[in-house]
Design a protein around this ligand. Structure first.
Ligand SMILES: Cc1cc2nc3c(=O)[nH]c(=O)nc-3n(C[C@H](O)[C@H](O)[C@H](O)COP(=O)(O)OP(=O)(O)OC[C@H]3O[C@@H](n4cnc5c(N)ncnc54)[C@H](O)[C@@H]3O)c2cc1C
Length: 244
């Protein structure tokens, strides 16, 4: 028996920073090992809530689990600096050997099994984090429905996990990975581009409305994509999204 309460998500957990990886300037992953040899059971797409003790307040901030669901002993979170973002600045100050406290996993932006209907995943920058475990699960599945990732960023170095993603696609004819780099675009321009792609490929091109969508990103652009798809006749439950 583990001695956990009936609701493990409520338990405060402690983890040690085992490794730090810088993807690019201002974009980092922390690899967190759970204390006491525990494993975190989670569904691809879920996040943890980290307690961030600042001088004047303790913040709780959500970070998606970016690593594969079967690697529960050591989980990865991936994040970027945010202007005036004091919470994430604290995360950037963590060093190997430091500990942090969190609760979770939480979240309903989840993929329980590899896609059984055509599925489109849309992400930008670090918002690939919850989608990566979904793709890892899909790539491992024996068979699945056609699945495409449309992954946007402002520069090539902000396309994270590129080699891994390309390897998935090279081995799996039903999995397509498309990087959409829009140099110099601000968030509005990036989502404008994503909206145009979405309109052309999954709305105007045919009348199929049985596709599933998973959209993750920062700000109102995510809601715009959601509304575009719903307005075009996709069911509410077919358009899943997470807005940071
Ligand atoms: C379910 C969920 C999962 C999340 N997972 C991740 C994750 O895996 N990696 C990650 O970097 N962030 C993630 N976030 C965002 C994260 O929780 C924090 O909001 C972010 O790190 C900024 O916190 P802060 O306290 O430093 O800044 P705050 O002072 O709280 O500033 C928040 C502002 O920054 C914007 N913002 C939030 N995230 C970003 C970002 N990544 N880039 C640019 N602007 C942003 C918000 O829209 C808001 O306007 C997630 C948020 C949610 C709700």
């Amino acid at each position: 028996m583990s001695g956990e309460s009936a609701n493990p998500a409520r338990n405060l957990r402690r983890a040690r920073v085992e490794r730090i990886f810088d993807h690019a300037p201002g974009i980092r992953s922390l690899f967190l090992r759970l204390a006491g040899g525990q494993r975190l059971r989670f569904v691809p797409g879920q996040f943890i809530s980290i307690a961030i003790p600042l001088e004047d307040e303790t913040r709780t901030r959500a970070y998606s689990i970016a690593s594969a669901a079967q690697d529960g002993e050591m989980i990865e979170i991936c994040f970027n600096r945010v202007p005036q973002g004091r919470g994430v600045a604290w995360l950037f100050e963590r060093r190997v050997g430091d500990t942090l406290d969190f609760i979770g996993p939480f979240g309903v932006f989840t993929m329980e099994r590899a896609p059984e209907v055509e599925t489109v995943l849309i992400a930008e920058g670090t918002a690939i984090a919850p989608i990566r475990p979904m793709l890892q699960m899909t790539a491992r599945a024996g068979s699945h429905a056609p699945t495409v990732l449309l992954y946007a960023a402002q520069s090539p170095e902000q396309i994270l996990y590129r080699a891994e993603l390309e390897q998935f696609a090279a081995r799996d004819p039903n999995l397509r990975i498309e990087a959409l780099v829009v140099p110099g675009a601000d968030s509005a321009a990036l989502y404008e581009r994503l909206a145009r792609e979405t309109q052309a490929r999954w709305i105007a091109a045919d009348s199929v409305r049985s596709r599933r969508f998973y959209i993750c990103g920062v700000g109102k652009g995510v809601l715009r994509l959601r509304d575009l798809l719903r307005g075009a006749g996709y069911e509410r439950r077919s358009v899943r999204y997470e807005q940071w």
